[in-house]
Design a binder for this molecule. Structure first.
Ligand code: BGC
Length: 261
């Protein structure tokens, strides 16, 4: 538990399902005020809100597209209007689809860049404006991926967006450190979430992915939520500009496992 998170207001984008939902619930258990943003899928939101309230936190949901400037502004404003503050922004909303790069349409490229990178930028920008105006030494967490460093054929829009998130995180961390605002990233590996459901339902594909993970299992959303609350808490007060990899070792060259090489 991180007692300093109690009563803090956190906005989590794309929090209807998966990692975002687990983060929302965990902040609720820390007794924070949780603003759950969702785009089109509302399934699971009511259940998460009920669980947060049961755990002693407070929660509301706000529909909105983070890659839309007005929506991003409205979401931060709603946090302020409801809870009187906004201390932590978690830019989690993301999407991916598999397409060989020479067949990738401009439309698909734009969609993924808009949600994963532009959405994280707008969420960060609105959070920074709010924190500067209200002199809040808050923090921002951007959801990246192991693919901020691992190339991934058929996912060039996704890898480009996450590489962008990595440098955006580092740049904002440096720029706003003098104001006491911390900006960090989290890079999950393969996690059991709806984004991956189809892939992991296929035993062959699941095995192929698991082979890439030295720890030998696909991670759970709660294992990502656990690092999010730590990064957001005062226990991480001197941590800014990092990407925290929570990937079971996926980024450690698993093909060398067993002493190959
Ligand atoms: C992607 C997953 C993928 C994992 C490891 C994540 O960023 O969302 O689909 O399984 O990286 O490759």
């Amino acid at each position: 538990m991180y007692p300093d998170l109690a009563g803090k207001t956190v906005v989590i984008t794309g929090a209807a399902t998966g990692i975002g939902q687990a983060i929302a619930l965990r902040f609720g258990q820390e007794k924070a005020n949780v603003v759950i943003n969702y785009h089109s899928n509302h399934d699971g939101v009511e259940e998460t809100i009920a669980k947060i309230k049961e755990a002693g936190g407070q929660a509301i949901d706000v529909q909105g597209d983070m890659s839309n400037e007005e929506d991003a502004q409205r979401i931060v404003q709603t946090a302020h209007d409801t809870f009187g503050s906004m201390d932590i922004m978690i830019n989690n909303a993301g999407m991916e689809n598999e397409v060989p790069s020479h067949e990738l349409s401009l439309d698909d490229w734009n969609k993924v860049i808009n949600v994963n990178l532009t959405g994280a930028f707008l969420g960060s920008r609105e959070a920074l404006r709010y924190m500067l105006k209200h002199q809040i030494k808050g923090n921002i967490i951007n959801m990246s991926s192991v693919h901020e460093i691992i190339p991934w054929p058929h996912f060039v829009h996704y890898t480009a967006s996450k590489g962008g998130v990595k440098m955006m995180t580092q740049t904002l961390a440096m720029e706003y450190a003098p104001h006491g605002i911390r900006v960090n990233g989290i890079a999950p590996g393969a996690i059991n979430t709806p984004i991956n459901a189809e892939k992991f339902e296929d035993p062959e594909k699941k095995e192929a992915v698991t082979k890439l993970i030295p720890m030998g299992y696909i991670g759970e959303p709660e294992e990502i939520a656990a690092v999010a609350v730590w990064l957001a808490s005062s226990e991480a007060s001197y941590v800014t500009g990092i990407t925290l990899f929570a990937d079971g070792g996926m980024t450690k060259y698993p093909s060398f496992q067993g002493g190959n090489g």
